[in-house]
Every structure is written in structure tokens, then in C-alpha cells.
Design a protein around this ligand. Structure first.
Ligand code: GDP
Ligand code: MG
Length: 752
């Protein structure tokens, strides 16, 4: 134990002082000695008093009892009757507390020790329940603990009508005191000190037998014991390990004064030495059992008692473990929790359905902005905090403040979740609406066939979207809630809108590209078709060549095709660039778009060429070319064959001339270099910012896409050798047919 056990007699009262001051001191100690005063000071004169009372030399032959109980329950009165002490009692008229702190007095009755034990020291403890000392429940807790820790017998004074009432019977205080007693004085002691809890039931009417009251109290006590927190190792201890119990009921002192005195008289006889021998004890009627059993004695020699008591008090006063919540705080905690639960009912009523709605929406995957959410949240929050304040603020300030903060954070956690889900719904639907609105406006523009201003559409829709979000967010701001702000979310929203704008712009770029490609296709369809038609004319086209231009011949077909192609694409590129810049496409995006345009245009040209050289088409053109040369003279006049004409010679010449076209048509070559056009250089390297998606729909081009395993030469092969040979054969057959026909007509003309 940490309790000081003074053994040195040097601390004993100076006997000289005692004898000199004896008479004066007897008077000074008429009411006993105030062991502990209101300021929680331990009285240094305890030794003096005990010396005066001749207890100091008694060794173990003394006893200490205390009284515990509510204010003005006649504790001091009882002690005075029982022990002839002069503790202050409340005058019958003024209901005012008299006992302050802890008083001690020696038993004045039966000092000879005939019916009572010798040297009984009685401590009168300031009443509990703190009513008259205002908020100072700290003192009642500490004084009660002091009484419990030092006394052999603790008289628990209680009105009959308090039995069974938790607060009334001071059960809360007892609980605290038991708990700290275990912690502070019992936990480390080798032997378990036992005390007697002696319940004195006052104003017993007699209708309820003592036995019943006793059972109620015992049941309450064991419940109380079960609920206290016990130090490690003592978890399974029972209250009976530390306490014996005795019960007595006293009649009403005012209404039945004689009976009261009689009962007190009888009670007094129990304050005698008991026997440790249970056999002897067993013979005694329970109502007459002596209270001082040897095992209750703390075994502190009387001369060491003052120092021991001081040590106990010191430990109680200074031990931080004792800084338990006061009864007021406990009450405040209890009530504040209760009030919290009460005020949460209304809050739940308005907020839970909204939470459920959001949860349901989330489950269905359609987060929606809940109308009226902001107002509901504001009203619910204001109401709950107000209701709590109204009901709880009159309780202990500190506890109230803490509980208010707890409630606030509980409420705010839920409101914040609602708030954020609402913002996220506003975000999602805002971006969606924005995107749909832009697409709709574009579609509308397309339908009208006007050149709509994409950048303008995006800008105005974005402004609307931002405004919508702000107003949705404003609507759910919660007054006074520290978390109620949406700046961060707004920033994210703006960022998302920008991202969505970028992807919409990309789509718009694609649409633009598609339009431009279509334009390229129709231009090439027409102009390249014309070029190929010129083959049919056999003389490189009809009509005079335009000024400055090289006269069109079969030989420079590919020069012209290439020139038309590059000029057309160049014009397309310019259109693309102009449009793309109008809606703020980045230079990188434009660059990629142009690169794609060139590649795709080449594909268009290549397809057009393939169409032109399709078997039937080209054969027809060769035949026309041949016939032009064979059937018309240099002036373009149709020949009328006569037998004298050199039909074979003309035929051979024309046929050879047309035949030469086949290898020419077979390869796309420029006449200057007699090499394929520089398609790879013209298309250029893929821009750095090109993405996989940009390349996804692009057909590979030989000589441009290296890993295609196809050379530029191959890309430029219009007719394979086999195809060319086949074409030649078919052409010759066709030419032969024309020749035979000419021959026939020559002969026919003669015979006619
Ligand atoms: P304490 O504060 O518990 O010490 O109470 P007191 O001994 O000072 O008594 C308070 C008041 O109760 C006084 O007016 C007493 O006369 C009165 N009183 C004392 N004993 C009894 C009792 O047994 N029954 C009733 N009804 N009143 C009592
Ligand atoms: Mg009193």
C-alpha cells in the first residue's frame, strides 16, 4: 500500500502541552474536532485532540466509524443520540446545512465500556448530494471516500422512502467511491480490508418490513458493484469480498419520539466488540449483532492514526485518478445524451428520407439533384441545435459544450454527405446537360445548313452550365456549417466542363474533317474523271489547250492528276484550318487534322484511280483511244475506208500507239522524274501529338507507313503486270475486231 504507516512514536503529542492546555482545549473541542475543513485542509491538531481524549496510548484498542448520507437526513442527530456527541445539527426551523467538512468526536456515552466498545471515534461527514454546497460535489466524493477508506463501520443513513431510488439513495456517489477505493486503497494491499456497511433506515413507517427494504438495497448494491470498473485482477471480485452488511430501521423521531429513542438505545448496544469466532456469532440474533469485528480494524496503532489519516487524505486530495466527473457532470452527460437522442428524432424525420432517396438514386445509378434539399438541411440543422441548446444548456457548461460539439459533428457528418452527393449530382447532370446542349445546337446548325459557330455554342452553353451549378450549390449551402463551401467542387466542375469541351471539339473536328473529305471526294471524282476521259479522246483531249499549260497528252496524265490532287487537297487544308481555328482548336489538333486529311485524301484519289482503271472502264477508254486514231484522220474527219487504203498500216500504227498507254497507265509516275510522286514527303511524318485514336481508322499507305511491307513503288502500281498483260490481250482482241470491221466495210463499200 502507498499509505503511510507511521510507527515512530516521536510524532506523538507532547504530553507537557497536553496537560497545560487541557482545560482550555476541552472547551475548544466541545463539538469534537474538524478533521477536514471546507477548504480540504487536514487538521494538524488531530493528535492533540486524540491525546486529550486519551486515545493515543490505546494501541489497537479503538474504533473508527463514519456516517454517510444525504443532507439533513438526521445523521448528526443520530450520532449525537447514539454516542452523546455534540455534532452540530440543523435547528428544526432553519433548513440549513450545519456540518461542514468532516468532524470527529470520541464516544461520550458509556465511557466505561460496559455496553459499548472502548475508544469509539465517530466521524460526522458533511452530507452528500451537494445541494447546499452548490456545485462542489468534488468534496462530497472525497470526504465519502475518506470515510470509507479509514472506517471500520460506515453508517449509511437513508430515509425509508429513499430506498430503491438510485439518486436519492446516493447510489451514484457510492459507485464512484467504491470504484476509487478499489483503485486507490485496495488494489495493491496484501490483505483485503473489510468494512461494515451499516444501513440505518430512518423514519421507518413499519408497513414495509425491514427484510424487504434490506433486499432492495442489497439488490441495488450488487447491481452497482457489477457496473463499476475494477482494476486489473479484481474484475471478478464481488462486493461481499469487501463489505459486510447490516440493516436497522428507526421510527420517526418527531412523530414517535419515545420509540425512536428506544430504538436508538438498542442500536447503541450493537457498538460493542464482536467475535471473530463464527460459532459464537451464530448464536446471536441478527438484530443484536455487534458491529466491531476484528477483521474491520485497519490495524493502525492509535498513535499513528493521525498521520495515517493525513496520508490517506493527502492521497485522496492529490490523486489525479480522482478527478472523475462530478455528479453534475455525470448528470449533464446523461441528460445531454438523452436530449441529443430526443432532438435527433425530428432531425431524422426530415433528413432520413432524403438520405434514403440519395442512396436509392445511387443504387439505380441516376444521381439527381434533390429539390428542396438545401432548405430541409438548413431547417433541420438550425432546429436541432436550437432544441439542444434550449434543453441542454442549463446543465454543466463544459459537458454541455462538449456534447453540443458531438451532436453538431454527428449532424454535420450526415449533412455534409448529403451536401456532397448533391454537388456530385449537380456536377454529373451539369456536364451531361452541357454536352447534350452543345450536340443539339450543332445538330440544329447542321440541319439548317448554316455554318454555325461552334466556339460560340460551347462558350454560351458553358456559361449556362456554370451558372446552373452555382445556383444548385448555393441552394444547398448550410448556414453556419464550417464545411459548407463548394469552391473546390466548382473548380473540379469547371475543369470537367473544359475537358468535355475539348472532347466535343474533337468530335466537331472529326465532323469537319468528314465534311472536308467529302468535299475532296466530290472534287476529285469530277476532275480526275475528266482527266481519264481525255484518254478516250486519243489526242489528249478535245479543244485547244489553255494558255501557259502544257498541252495535255497521255504522257503527262499523272502529272496532271498529281497537280489536281495536291491543289485540291491544299484548298481543303485551307478550309479545314480556317474552320478549326474558328473554334479554338489547338495548333496540335489542327496539325493532326491536316495530316489525317492528306492521308485520307490520298485514299480517296487512290480509290478514284482504281475505279477508272477497272477492267470495263479502261478497256472502253483504250478502245475509244484506238478508234480515235484509227478511224479519224489528222484533221479529225472520219475515214471512209476504201480498198486502196492502207488499212493494215493505219491499224498497226494506231494499235501500237494505244498499246503504249498500258504501261503508262500502270504506274503513277511524274514525267519530269519518271518516278512516283513524293507522296511520303507530301503527307509528312505523323505529328507528335497524334494519338492511337487518331490513327485507328487510317488505312496503311505503301512507302509512307514503313512497317507495312509495301513500298511506294507498289503503292503507285495502278495495274499489276499480270493485269496489264491481260488488258493488252483483251485490247488487242477489241482492236482486231475494229480492224476486221474496217476491212469489211472497205470491201463492202466497193461491192455496193
Ligand atoms: P444531517 O444534515 O444529516 O446531519 O441532519 P441533522 O442531524 O442536522 O438533522 C436535520 C433535521 O432533521 C433536523 O431538523 C432534525 O431535527 C431533523 N431530524 C433528525 N432526525 C430525524 C428523524 O429521525 N426523522 C425526522 N423526520 N427528522 C429528523
Ligand atoms: Mg450533520
Amino acid at each position: 500500500s502507498n499509505v503511510k504507516h507511521p510507527s515512530a512514536p516521536s510524532l506523538m503529542m507532547n504530553s507537557h502541552f497536553a496537560s497545560v492546555g487541557e482545560n482550555a482545549s476541552q472547551e475548544a473541542y466541545e463539538h469534537g474536532i474538524q478533521v477536514i475543513d471546507e477548504e480540504k485542509n487536514f487538521n494538524e491538531n488531530l493528535s492533540t485532540y486524540l491525546n486529550l481524549e486519551k486515545v493515543i496510548p490505546a494501541g489497537f484498542n479503538y474504533h473508527l466509524i463514519s456516517v454517510f448520507g444525504s443532507q439533513s437526513t438526521g445523521k448528526s442527530t443520530l450520532l449525537n443520540y447514539l454516542f452523546g456527541t455534540h455534532f452540530g445539527v440543523m435547528a428544526e426551523q432553519e433548513r440549513r446545512q450545519t456540518t461542514k467538512g468532516i468532524w470527529m468526536s470520541k464516544n461520550k456515552r458509556d465511557e466505561g465500556g460496559k455496553t459499548m466498545a472502548e475508544n469509539i471515534l465517530v466521524m460526522d461527514v458533511e452530507g452528500t448530494d451537494g445541494r447546499e454546497r452548490g456545485e462542489d460535489q468534488d468534496f462530497e466524493r472525497k470526504s465519502a471516500l475518506f470515510a470509507l477508506a479509514t472506517s471500520e463501520v460506515l453508517i449509511v443513513n437513508i430515509w425509508e422512502h429513499q430506498v430503491g431510488l438510485y439518486q436519492g439513495a446516493n447510489m451514484g456517489l457510492l459507485k464512484t467511491v467504491f470504484e476509487v477505493n478499489l483503485q486507490l486503497f485496495i488494489k495493491d494491499s496484501k490483505t483485503i480490508p473489510k468494512s461494515l456497511l451499516f444501513f440505518v433506515i430512518r423514519d421507518h413507517l413499519g408497513t414495509t418490513p425491514l427484510r424487504n427494504l434490506q433486499n432492495t438495497l442489497l439488490a441495488d448494491l450488487s447491481k452497482l458493484w457489477a457496473s463499476i470498473s475494477k482494476p486489473a485482477g479484481l474484475e471478478n471480485s464481488r462486493i461481499e469480498d469487501y463489505f459486510d452488511f447490516a440493516f436497522v430501521a428507526l421510527p420517526h423521531k418527531i412523530l414517535q419520539p419515545e420509540k425512536f429513542e428506544e430504538a436508538v438505545e438498542k442500536l447503541g448496544t450493537r457498538f460493542r466488540e464482536g467475535y471473530s469466532d463464527p460459532k459464537k456469532a451464530g448464536l446471536i440474533d441478527e438484530a443484536e449483532m455487534p458491529v466491531f469485528l476484528p477483521q474491520y480494524h485497519r490495524r493502525i496503532p492509535a498513535d499513528g492514526f493521525p498521520l495515517y489519516a493525513e496520508g490517506v487524505w493527502d492521497q485522496i486530495v492529490h490523486n489525479k485518478d480522482l478527478d472523475l466527473p462530478t455528479q453534475q457532470e455525470l448528470l449533464a452527460q446523461f441528460r445531454c445524451d438523452e436530449i441529443s437522442r430526443e432532438v435527433l428524432v425530428a432531425f431524422d424525420e426530415s433528413i432520413t428520407p432524403l438520405e434514403d432517396k440519395q442512396a436509392e438514386d445511387a443504387r439505380m445509378g441516376n444521381q439527381a439533384v434533390l429539390p428542396g434539399l438545401g432548405r430541409a438541411m438548413n431547417e433541420a440543422r438550425t432546429k436541432i441545435l436550437k432544441d439542444f441548446e434550449v434543453n441542454a444548456s442549463r446543465y454543466h457548461k463544459g459537458v454541455y459544450q462538449r456534447k453540443k460539439a458531438e451532436l453538431e459533428s454527428k449532424v454535420d457528418t450526415r449533412l455534409k454527405a448529403l451536401f456532397q452527393k448533391q454537388l456530385s449530382a449537380a456536377h454529373k447532370s451539369g456536364v451531361e446537360t452541357f454536352s447534350n446542349a452543345v450536340s443539339a445546337a450543332v445538330k440544329d446548325g447542321q440541319k439548317k445548313g448554316t455554318t454555325y459557330d461552334f466556339a460560340q455554342i460551347v462558350e454560351s452553353e458553358k456559361a449556362k452550365a456554370l451558372e446552373r451549378f452555382e445556383s444548385d450549390a448555393q441552394a444547398v449551402l448550410v448556414q453556419g456549417a464550417p464545411w459548407s463551401s463548394y469552391q473546390q467542387e466548382f473548380k473540379l466542375y469547371r475543369k470537367d466542363l473544359d475537358e468535355r469541351s475539348a472532347s466535343l471539339r474533337k468530335e466537331e473536328m472529326r465532323r469537319l474533317a468528314t465534311r472536308i473529305e467529302r468535299w475532296v471526294r466530290s472534287r476529285l471524282d469530277e476532275s480526275i474523271g475528266l482527266e481519264f476521259n481525255k484518254i478516250g479522246s486519243g489526242r489528249g483531249g478535245s479543244g485547244a489547250p489553255e494558255h501557259g499549260e502544257k498541252p495535255p497528252t497521255e504522257k503527262n496524265l499523272w502529272d496532271r492528276v498529281w497537280a489536281i490532287f495536291t491543289e485540291t487537297v491544299e484548298a481543303a487544308e485551307k478550309r479545314f484550318t480556317d474552320r478549326a481555328q474558328s473554334f479554338d482548336a489547338s495548333p496540335e489538333e489542327v496539325e493532326v487534322g491536316l495530316w489525317r486529311l492528306r492521308r485520307k485524301s490520298w485514299g480517296v484519289l487512290r480509290a478514284k484511280i482504281d475505279e477508272e482503271v477497272m477492267e470495263g472502264n479502261i478497256l472502253l477508254k483504250l478502245r475509244e483511244n484506238f478508234e480515235d486514231k484509227f478511224r479519224y484522220d489528222e484533221q479529225g474527219v472520219p475515214r471512209i475506208w476504201r480498198p486502196t487504203d492502207d488499212i493494215e498500216g493505219l491499224y498497226t500504227k494506231a494499235r501500237e500507239s494505244t498499246t503504249k498507254l498500258i504501261p503508262l497507265l500502270s504506274r503513277f509516275k511524274l514525267s519530269v522524274t519518271s518516278a512516283p510522286p513524293p507522296l511520303d514527303a507530301w503527307i509528312g511524318n505523323p505529328p507528335e501529338s497524334v494519338s492511337a485514336a487518331d490513327e485507328e481508322d487510317l488505312a496503311p499507305i505503301g512507302g509512307v507507313d514503313e512497317d507495312e511491307g509495301k513500298s511506294l513503288e507498289e503503292e503507285m502500281t495502278v495495274l499489276s503486270d499480270a493485269k496489264a498483260a491481260d488488258l493488252l490481250m483483251r485490247f488487242k482482241k477489241t482492236a482486231d475486231g475494229v480492224f476486221v470491221e474496217a476491212k469489211r466495210s472497205a470491201i463492202g463499200g466497193m461491192t455496193q
